[in-house]
Design a binder for this molecule. Structure first.
Ligand code: DLL
Length: 436
């Protein structure tokens, strides 16, 4: 069972939209963009106001580039219209609501019509197909069910594909291990950090993670690096593919990597128009340049968004396995997880990449920010690799300090902690603890 690999879909298994040429796709996008702007302007007072203020009318959208005439939407707009103020259809047409907790204040609430739910399920099904999953396979779904879009979003997509869903939800790790062993799923859907927790729990239960039935992990909902991909693929003998999404735009399945290339998620551009902007000036950046990802939805009925600022940092790249649709580079982080340490910008993913390149360190670490005197300090609290002897652990810490200084330019402290003492991820991992 282990060692088997899933394969890419053949052209006749793809959705017709996945086979469109760039020109055909852009013609479809323009038509859908014009519909979305008219729909949002007519039905969401916030957009009527914003467009009027910007002096733009829906009829001004004549080309795809005209999207830049439109005002941006931010999370703050969603907060101001809490809970349902940005819904573009009457409440009796809203079939489902989701919400994301956010770190502060009110949750962000989003809604879906039955058509929105069908499109979402179809896009998750497309994402699963791109990951190598086929009808009839078994998928263990360990994204959390409830208001979070991960669980129910993945669930509907697995069903829409015609695969068998195992609706486990998050948590109860020892039960996850048992069910993976007993039900022999082909695929698992969860956050990358939670898959690491599951792999550790398999080993603790005396099971070889490489011997499980799993062939692919469809992992997302948090930033993770190619180094983490390599670690998970090696530990579990699987392919690990990246699924991207956010509740404000839909949920999981806004984009997904193709198993044959694993070169960053393809964005399902028949439903979403992406842009990358300079987060400071909001000027649009050319494809290939790093910046903040922005989306305009193209088919959403209940909750259309215009130029929604995701705060995710990435760049747009040409399509590879789906030449008509652009990809995005694997996300390095969000502008709100960026740590500015004594003037140097640093992302937790940069530390992850370095940690995973050092043999005697485990992938379990947290970053603690403190201000003992006037200067900020960053401490990496990390567990040594299993079985590493104490002197090897100390040497590995010195190496970590050197590499962080070398590659990022920051001086950090490293504290080795007892194996098994750091809290394990049960979903979205909390990496940074700000104790200032
Ligand atoms: O996390 C939706 C989702 C569920 C995506 C399951 C994939 C799998 P939110 O809770 O609204 O929705 O959080 C969205 O999570 O803006 C990114 O910062 C981050 N994120 C999501 N997917 C990825 C990914 C879901 N593949 C926020 N890589 C987004 C990096 C990701 N970050």
């Amino acid at each position: 069972m282990s060692g088997e690999r899933l394969h890419a879909p053949s052209p006749d298994e793809l959705d017709p939209e996945e086979r469109l040429s760039r020109d055909e796709l852009q013609a479809l996008q323009l038509q859908r963009l014009q519909w979305t702007v008219r729909h949002a302007y007519a039905n969401v007072p916030l957009y009527t106001c914003k467009l009027d203020e910007a002096g733009v009318h829906p009829d001004d959208i004549r080309t795809l580039d005209d999207v830049t005439l439109l005002p941006f939407t931010t999370k703050e707009d969603l907060r101001l219209t809490y809970p349902f103020g940005m819904f573009a259809v009457p409440m009796d047409q809203v079939a489902r609501i989701h919400a994301s907790s956010g770190t502060t204040g009110r949750p962000t609430v989003v809604g879906y019509t039955t058509t929105d739910l069908r499109n979402w399920a179809d896009l998750v099904a497309r994402s699963l197909r791109a990951s190598g999953v086929r009808p009839g396979m078994r998928v263990h779904n360990a994204y959390g069910y409830g208001l979070f879009t991960g669980g129910l979003g993945a669930h509907a997509g697995i069903e829409a594909l015609g695969a068998t869903v195992i609706p486990m939800s998050g948590g109860q790790t020892s039960k996850q291990v048992q069910l993976i062993h007993d039900f022999e799923p082909d695929a698992i859907m969860c956050t990358p950090s939670y898959l690491l927790t599951i792999a550790d729990a398999m080993a603790e239960a005396g099971l070889d993670p490489r011997a499980s039935s799993l062939k692919v992990g469809i992992l997302g909902a948090e930033p993770w690096t190619n180094a983490m991909r390599a670690e998970l693929e090696e530990r579990l003998d699987i392919d690990a593919v990246d699924i991207y999404g956010l509740s404000e735009v839909m949920g999981p399945g806004v984009g997904n990597e193709c198993i044959e290339t694993k070169d960053g998620p393809h964005l399902w551009e028949d439903h979403f128009l992406p842009e990358v902007i300079d987060p400071e000036t909001t000027r649009v950046r050319a494809d290939g340049e790093l910046g903040e990802l922005v989306f305009t939805t193209l088919t959403k009925e209940a909750f259309p968004v215009i130029r929604y600022r995701t705060r995710d940092l990435t760049r747009l790249l040409p399509g590879s396995a789906r030449p008509g649709m652009r990809r995005m580079e694997k996300i390095t982080g969000r502008d709100d997880d960026m740590i500015i340490l004594r003037g140097v910008n640093l992302f937790p993913t940069q530390i992850e990449e370095i940690v995973l390149g050092i043999d005697d360190l485990s992938p379990h670490f947290v970053l603690e920010l403190t201000r003992p005197s006037r200067m900020d300090e960053l401490t990496v609290r990390i567990e040594p690799a299993e079985g590493a002897d104490p002197s090897a652990g100390e040497r590995a810490c010195t190496l970590l300090i050197e590499r962080v200084k070398d590659r990022i330019g920051s001086t950090v402290a490293v504290a080795l902690v007892e194996p098994g003492t750091l809290e394990r991820s049960a979903g979205k991992l909390k990496r940074v603890y700000d104790l200032r």
